[in-house]
Design a protein around this ligand. Structure first.
Ligand SMILES: NC(=O)c1ccc[n+]([C@@H]2O[C@H](COP(=O)([O-])OP(=O)(O)OC[C@H]3O[C@@H](n4cnc5c(N)ncnc54)[C@H](OP(=O)(O)O)[C@@H]3O)[C@@H](O)[C@H]2O)c1
Length: 223
């Protein structure tokens, strides 16, 4: 399976690449193809350092080329850039491509971390991304509550739940499979995409809990 990571030069992209390159071919996307290639070389070296050999490969390209080639496309970009990035790439994807949004619409204010859709009366991430998709059912929302700090250490064992929202069972199963490949993560299905705001709002919830209560490694686990 070819997994493309749009904005893969950022922290989350690095974590996904390191974790999934053991089994899949990863293509790092960037607005700048050279930056993507540099990141791909760096991540390949880190993955080999951590695991010895890796079964997959990590390469880099510009965002549009990555979108065209991918079987699964992770949108690892800031909320503010959804419209500009998605309008340029999502009409280029394969019909079968599963699109994953880990995007958290969050801002820091003087009271703490807040949820932009409520604070500023804006759409949540799933709604914004789905506007740009021909087949909206292939969009799955996941990975909002796992920090890049945990993902980028490929040897770190995790023990967290990941909320998943989506309309198409087959696409949700693909994402569940990718979550299960990261040792210690468990997919928890919340319902269709229109409930994605529940997952997206969990991140500011978690960060406020962490900071106000000095909790070191916060995560969400349903018990
Ligand atoms: N960080 C976390 O722990 C965490 C946890 C859960 C969810 N998330 C969510 O995951 C997503 C990625 O997080 P991140 O921390 O990796 O983000 P990031 O480092 O802030 O950005 C990721 C990439 O987005 C691209 N980008 C930045 N500005 C852009 C612009 N104006 N237009 C187009 N592309 C732009 C950049 O790639 P190029 O410059 O190479 O194009 C950048 O490397 C975010 O939506 C975040 O809310 C993050």
């Amino acid at each position: 399976m070819k997994i493309g990571i749009i904005g893969g030069t950022g922290g989350m992209g690095k974590g996904f690449a390191l974790r999934w390159s053991q089994n899949h071919d990863i293509i790092i996307g960037s607005r700048d193809a050279a930056r993507a290639s540099d990141s791909a070389v760096e991540y390949t070296n880190l993955a080999k350092e951590a695991f010895g050999e890796i079964k997959g490969t990590i390469s880099g390209s510009d965002n549009v080329s990555v979108a065209k080639e991918s079987d699964v496309l992770i949108l690892s970009i800031p909320y503010e850039n959804i419209d500009s990035v998605c309008s340029a790439i999502l009409h280029e994807i394969k019909d079968s491509c599963v699109v994953v949004s880990p995007i958290v619409p969050m801002t820091k204010t003087d009271v703490g971390f807040e949820f932009i859709p409520i604070k500023e009366n804006k759409p949540f991430s799933y709604q914004l991304v789905s506007k740009h998709m021909k087949n909206k059912s292939k969009l799955v929302s996941a990975f909002h509550v796992i920090s890049e700090k945990k993902l980028v250490n490929p040897k770190l064992e995790l023990d967290y739940d990941i909320f998943v929202c989506g309309d198409d069972d087959e696409s949700v199963q693909v994402v569940n499979g990718l979550i299960n490949e990261i040792k210690g993560l468990r997919p928890i299905y919340l319902g269709p995409g229109e409930l994605s705001y529940l997952s997206e709002i969990s991140t500011p919830l978690l960060l406020n809990a962490m900071i106000r209560n000095k909790i070191k490694n916060p995560g969400i686990k349903i018990v």
